[in-house]
Write a protein that binds this ligand. Structure first.
Ligand SMILES: *Cc1c(COP(=O)(O)O)cnc(C)c1O
Length: 376
């Protein structure tokens, strides 16, 4: 039997029940379940605002669009970001005509505050922090840097659904927090995301921008008694970025089980940790102090990463790499060589299979193969 890197788990009957409700009501779009999911997400995270989207990628893009609009940043504006992330993170900066400036990562695979500070210039307007694998890294030091230099902070929390830092969901410090509910993330729907702005004004602007710049949602309008529902105003050249009730319905079910599911991921991580303990060839990436991680990933550092990958594939074990140093991509090669630690770490890391359908025996099998290969 093969062991895949990721595999989403759905409580199928409960999800179908949510979808049935939408279909029976004849309401599958914006409003209804999307509003309910936003409310539940605010309750769960303690964040003040939440707007449901069709992906995290559009969320990151909107975060920069709105911060740029509200703060009148020019096109020279720089955003300090990590090269060790999914490319969606850094594209979002480029979408808005801003410049990604790469800073190096630390042992947690997250932005290293020292290198970030060294890369701040007069043009720097924001820092984009990614909680890789659910790790919080030195997030709180990044928060302090943002205060010290008066910079905006965006948290790419695509891996962080369920992560706590010192007992609470991190993010209230950031100007915007963006979650992904894409199919292989910790709260899988099929594709969707959430953006949580600190400021109410930004949340309101975002709601207009995710629906073509229209200033009222369909649900509210159809509840109006008046005959002028079509007479809305259009204030901006907005987009079609909002989420829908089918995805939100699935999200509501997943949210109910998020902590339970993450607890099982932590168990899987513990089995891996136990299996690798004392092995000098294998270095698991550790979680930062105070971080109760969502454990989206289980990452180890090894010497012959590529060979290990191939060897595992031969045994029908399919790991992944999170991520390739983004400055190796043609799009970002202008920054090649600016983040040597990220570059070398990115050649040694491998993400081992991590999903809810795995049993202890599966972890044992992966551990055994990794140990056998790395001690050769
Ligand atoms: C998955 C992911 C995204 C994008 O999420 P989508 O919902 O697929 O758009 C952004 N950043 C990181 C770090 C991711 O892993």
């Amino acid at each position: 039997m093969s062991i895949q890197l990721f595999m989403p788990t759905f409580r199928i009957d409960e999800c179908l029940e949510q979808i049935r409700e939408c279909l029976e009501k004849g309401w599958t779009g914006l409003g209804f379940k999307t509003v309910e999911f936003e409310e539940k997400w605010k309750e769960y995270t303690g964040l003040k605002n939440a707007h449901f989207l069709n992906s995290a990628t559009v969320g990151l893009s909107l975060a920069f669009k709105i911060l740029k609009m509200q703060n009148s940043w020019d096109d020279e504006a720089e955003v300090i970001t990590t090269p060790l992330t999914f490319v969606s993170t850094n594209h979002a900066i480029l979408y808005e005509g801003l410049k990604p400036v790469f800073a190096d990562v630390d042992e947690f695979l997250c932005l290293d505050p020292k290198d970030v500070e060294a890369k701040i210039t007069a043009k720097t307007k924001a820092i984009l922090f990614v909680g890789i694998g659910g790790n919080t890294g030195r997030y709180l030091e990044i928060v302090e840097l943002c205060k010290k230099y008066n910079l905006a902070l965006v948290l790419d929390a695509a891996h962080m659904a369920g992560t706590r830092l010192n007992g609470k969901v991190p993010g209230s410090e950031a100007d915007a927090v963006v979650y992904s509910f894409q199919a292989v993330k910790n709260l899988p729907t099929a594709d969707s995301g959430m953006i949580c702005f600190k400021e109410k004004d930004n949340d309101e602007l975002c709601r207009k921008l995710t629906w073509l710049g229209i200033n009222k949602d369909t649900y509210a309008r159809s509840n109006d008694k008046g005959a002028y529902k079509w007479k809305y105003d259009v204030e901006y050249v907005g987009y079609k970025y909002h989420g829908n009730s089918i995805m939100a319905g699935i999200g509501l079910v997943q949210l109910k089980y998020l902590d339970q599911d993450n607890a099982y991921r932590k168990q899987l991580a513990k089995w891996y940790d136990d299996g690798f303990r004392g092995n000098t060839h294998i270095k698991p990436v550790v979680m930062a102090p105070g971080c109760d991680s969502s454990r989206h990933l289980y990452v180890i550092e090894v010497a012959k990463r590529d060979e290990l990958l191939l060897a595992l594939n031969e045994s029908e074990i399919y790991p992944g790499v999170h991520y390739r140093d983004n400055t190796e991509y043609r799009m970002y090669e202008y920054a090649k060589g600016t983040c040597p630690i990220s570059h070398s770490i990115s050649e040694r890391i491998i993400s081992l299979p991590m999903h809810l359908r795995m049993q202890k025996a599966d972890v044992d099998r992966v551990v055994e193969h990794v140990i056998r290969f790395t001690s050769m």
